[in-house]
Design a protein around this ligand. Structure first.
Ligand code: DAH
Length: 363
């Protein structure tokens, strides 16, 4: 192999080498390149060196010099590139502080929970205690002690969900024995109102009382715009010496203005077996300011809660002396408050939990 041919062969190899070196970006690429040119078995530079036998003896020295120089050139080029690749590699455990953070999914407070917190805050500021009660109740606490004896027509006012299996142990206390066992069994139920907790509380604690009971209640209702078989209420109970209807009205005015802003409050005579007198409480319609519109069915008023002065029969049932203490009580629907406050016209929306609905409420 004459000298010029050797140079041509080296030039061709060099061009190939440079192209592949430029394309190499990883240590693996460089290992492959090293093997392709320099491996003892099948590297192309090795193969060239092996052709030394075909070179005339007086040119062998020069041939060796040229090929070895090329070999050294390849080795140092690969070495240099290894350094460049290493420099771009991230050190182990490194972080990139310029990278944007991953978005954190933030939940929001459900509108009903918002209302609940707001109402609880209002009453907490007025010194009320906040307690929950059992959702599975018995006939005694839900009806009988609230002045609705077994044959009282008022029981027909609410369609009740009864449980097939009675509460273990029962809580029938005082009236056990007066009611046939079969009837006792049949009378474990999902509470139809939070009023049941009035009885539990008064049987446990002496007056004075300032109490709020938020919680779920159940009725045998079909789902529609304004009914769900499960909904939520706030029960309120205030008992002490000299509590009057004026305290009832003053409390509602303070609470409802705090909750709804600058509204007027009025009492309408009503009937509940556990209060006497009883009153339904309205606020002036916020949509029209009281002049009459679709929201208030052109009355200018929106019904917001049921209330009254605690009936003496209820005090007697819990062992309080109606000559000593008086009190007022009320029940307010949580969904009703939320619907009026947020302008929601379908109660089902609160329980479907469609994100398109929920995301309309602020964080
Ligand atoms: N329990 C009634 C209801 O579910 C609301 C209610 C009315 C509660 C008058 C009271 C009350 O405590 O005094 O509709």
């Amino acid at each position: 192999m004459p000298d010029t041919e050797v140079r041509t062969a080296i030039d061709a190899l060099r061009a190939d080498f440079r192209a592949r070196l430029a394309a190499a970006t990883t240590d693996r690429d460089l290992d492959a390149l090293d093997a392709a040119f320099l491996s003892r078995k099948n590297g192309s530079v090795t193969a060239l060196l092996k052709q030394v036998g075909t070179v005339p003896p007086d040119e062998r020295r020069e041939f060796g010099r040229l090929v070895n120089a090329f070999k050294t050139e390849i080795e140092s080029a690969i070495e240099e590139k290894r350094g460049a690749v290493a420099a771009t590699r991230r050190p182990a455990g490194a972080i990139d502080p310029t990278l944007g953070s991953r978005p954190i999914p933030i939940g929001r407070i459900h509108p009903l929970m918002r209302v609940r917190q707001e109402v609880e805050d209002i009453f907490a500021r007025m010194g009320y205690e906040i307690l929950e009660g059992p959702e599975v109740e018995d006939d005694y606490h839900n009806f009988e002690a609230l002045n609705m004896p077994p044959d009282h027509p008022a029981r027909d006012m609410q369609d009740t969900l009864y449980l097939g299996v009675p509460i273990a142990g029962g809580t029938w206390g005082a009236h056990r024995g007066r009611v046939p066992e079969a009837q006792v069994r049949a009378a474990t139920l999902l509470r139809t109102h939070t009023s049941a907790m009035q009885i539990r509380y008064m049987k446990t604690f002496p007056p004075p009382i300032r109490l709020i009971v938020p919680g779920r209640v159940y009725r045998r209702d079909q789902l529609d715009l304004s009914h769900t078989p499960m909904f939520q209420q706030f029960e309120g109970l205030v008992v002490g010496r000299g509590i009057t209807l004026a305290d009832l009205k003053g409390t509602f005015e303070a609470m409802l203005r705090d909750l709804f802003g600058d509204v007027r409050v009025r009492l309408r005579p009503s009937f509940f077996p556990y209060t006497e007198p009883s009153a339904e409480v309205d606020i002036s319609c916020q949509s029209c300011g009281g002049s009459g519109c679709g929201t208030c069915k052109h009355t200018g008023w929106l019904e917001i809660l049921g209330s009254g002065m605690v009936h003496p029969a209820v005090f007697e049932a819990v062992g309080y002396d109606p000559d000593e203490v008086t009190g007022f009580a009320f029940g307010m629907g949580m969904e009703r408050v939320a619907m009026l406050k947020y302008g929601v016209d379908d109660i089902r929306l609160f329980y479907e939990n469609d994100l398109r609905f929920l995301e309309q409420f602020p964080l």
